[in-house]
Design a protein around this ligand. Structure first.
Ligand code: HEC
Ligand code: HEC
Ligand code: HEC
Ligand code: HEC
Ligand code: HEC
Ligand code: HEC
Ligand code: HEC
Length: 349
């Protein structure tokens, strides 16, 4: 009897248009919000999970579906179950374009489609990248960071192999934080992609300074180490003089000029390496990037002894040649005479 009754019911309902639901289901009743991602290329009948990447793209909020499924979602009645998975044209989903009709059967296609015009999957300069196929393994940090833009981009003075910023900051995602927010440590490291086209590229410096009109201003790195900044242009090149000035225009402190530009008295001009051997190997070569522009004035070398608080008191140069050291200060402005080093002792030997 029961079987017959059921059969009759089935026959009665077959082919009939779907009536508005009698019940007030919430959105998560049939497909959860967002739909669960199955870990495989198949649907999982036990959980209702479908192949896809909904977890990384949508939340439980209805408006999170709109970007990909269209603005009509925000007013969806139950009748949206029309056997077509609506997708916005704006994302260029390949299955939609090719088929004109997208539906998943109980055995979904593998691989699924890709998006080629989704601005989120751009390099931030308007060049769109095709997305990994819908349902691919979720992107990870740091491997997935180069899915949309290179790490680092090849534009401007980005830290790529062989560049100065690369030498100083390294080549991985660890370098980005020098000039940008560190997206790799955010709870949702890829969420920043959705701001493409909605805001300017964010450039900021933890140590202060700003970026505008393609120039960095008041950034310590681009100072002479004494609070004078020379705004560099993004994409330009700098020589040592770009920050330090050259032999005549140099802005170096204290008695630099008397050492590096004083051959008449010294018999030679001292090279930077004489007093900065832990940073440079000659006047134009940085030997240790770790010591240069590290907020510390590294002084070391055969000419300086062990400087203490701006004073050279163990430097052989400032001795009388017989083992008595004369203490001189870096900022002292008194011109040295022969007696500053020789014969000024109470009882000259
Ligand atoms: C990043 C884009 C994107 C977002 C955001 C998104 N979806 Fe999807 N969704 C897709 C794609 C792509 C497909 C399936 C394409 C296919 O079948 O080839 C899909 C398929 C579906 C399906 C059909 C699943 C199946 O296979 O039976 C449902 C249901 C669905 N989405 C619901 C939602 C809901 C609800 C939201 C918001 C909470 C949402 N989607 C947000 C891209 C998205
Ligand atoms: C009675 C079951 C059911 C309920 C309740 C339900 N959906 Fe769906 N939904 C489906 C089915 C089935 C699909 C698969 C696509 C189709 O058949 O059109 C789907 C597809 C979708 C999609 C993918 C785009 C599309 O139109 O195909 C979105 C987005 C979506 N639903 C959002 C919602 C929202 C928002 C609510 C709450 C207002 C909701 N759904 C409630 C069954 C349901
Ligand atoms: C889904 C594509 C995509 C992925 C994956 C991606 N990005 Fe981006 N990224 C973008 C887009 C698009 C922009 C440009 C944002 C804009 O224009 O507002 C951008 C900009 C940036 C910027 C410039 C600063 C800013 O926010 O404006 C940095 C730094 C960055 N991404 C780092 C990363 C890191 C680190 C990862 C890995 C955790 C990563 N990106 C993964 C798309 C992506
Ligand atoms: C030395 C500073 C600096 C470092 C380090 C740096 N960026 Fe940038 N980045 C910039 C500047 C400046 C821009 C240009 C902003 C503009 O044009 O408004 C930029 C722009 C970008 C853009 C937008 C697209 C483009 O090519 O202009 C992306 C994406 C980006 N950076 C990602 C990264 C990533 C990823 C890293 C780490 C691997 C990184 N950046 C490291 C300074 C830096
Ligand atoms: C006779 C030793 C000596 C020589 C040679 C020398 N320096 Fe210095 N340098 C110093 C001392 C001492 C300081 C100050 C350290 C302090 O204030 O703590 C210093 C500081 C600096 C600083 C930090 C900013 C400033 O001006 O105080 C820079 C930059 C610098 N030197 C660059 C150079 C360059 C470039 C050369 C080669 C052209 C050079 N130095 C040659 C001794 C020397
Ligand atoms: C982008 C700006 C910039 C450029 C270009 C630059 N420097 Fe420096 N340099 C600095 C700053 C800032 C300091 C201050 C000390 C510090 O933070 O290490 C410094 C310090 C130094 C010092 C003092 C030793 C020390 O470690 O503090 C020497 C020597 C030096 N620079 C040599 C050079 C040489 C040689 C070149 C070219 C190969 C060069 N610099 C290019 C910014 C620059
Ligand atoms: C900054 C310290 C200093 C000053 C200033 C200085 N000397 Fe010397 N002088 C030395 C030292 C140290 C020696 C030990 C020999 C050496 O290392 O060349 C020396 C050695 C000498 C010698 C022995 C010969 C030689 O070259 O070894 C004479 C002579 C001499 N000085 C004369 C002078 C005269 C003259 C003046 C002034 C024009 C002068 N010195 C200024 C530090 C100085």
């Amino acid at each position: 009897m029961l079987a017959l009754l059921l059969l009759t019911l089935v026959q009665l309902t077959a082919g009939k248009a779907q009536a508005a639901s009698q019940y007030n289901y919430d959105c998560s009743f049939c497909h959860t919000m967002p739909p669960l991602d199955s870990a495989t290329s198949k649907k999982d009948p036990n959980t209702g999970a479908v192949p896809g990447n909904h977890a990384g793209h949508a939340t439980s909020a209805v408006n999170s579906c709109v970007t990909c499924h269209g603005s009509q979602v925000s007013t969806y009645p139950m009748g949206h179950r029309n056997k077509t998975i609506e997708l916005s044209d704006g994302i260029g989903y390949s299955r939609k374009i090719a088929a004109g009709f997208v539906n998943q059967t109980s055995v979904p296609p593998n691989p699924m489609g890709t998006c080629s015009t989704a601005t989120c999957h751009s390099n931030g300069k308007g060049t769109l990248r095709a997305t990994p196929a819908w349902g691919s393994a979720a992107l990870t940090v740091p491997g997935g960071c180069s899915a949309c833009h290179d790490v680092a981009p090849s534009t401007g003075n980005h830290p790529t192999a062989g560049t100065k910023h690369g030498n100083y900051y390294g080549l991985g995602t660890g370098s980005c934080v020098k000039c940008h927010t560190d997206h790799s440590v955010q709870a949702k490291p890829f969420a920043h992609a959705t701001s493409a086209g909605h805001r300017a590229i964010e450039v900021k410096f933890a140590g202060g300074g700003s970026f505008a009109a393609n120039q960095c201003s008041n950034v310590y790195c681009h100072s002479n180490g004494r609070g004078t900044y020379t705004p560099p242009t993004w994409g330009g090149t700098l020589t040592c003089a770009g920050c330090h000035g050259d032999a005549t225009t140099n802005t170096l402190s204290g008695n630099h000029a008397k050492h590096v530009n004083n051959a008449a008295f010294l018999g030679t001009n001292y090279g930077c390496v004489e007093c900065h051997s832990s940073t440079v190997s000659n006047d134009t070569t940085i030997s240790s990037f770790a010591n240069h522009v590290n907020q510390t004035k590294d002084v070391a070398g055969t000419r300086v002894g062990t400087p203490v608080s701006g004073t050279c008191s163990t430097s052989y140069c400032h001795s009388d040649g017989k083992g008595t050291m004369k203490s001189v200060t870096w900022t002292g402005s008194t011109a040295l005479t022969c007696k500053s080093c020789h014969g000024a002792d109470a009882a000259p030997a």
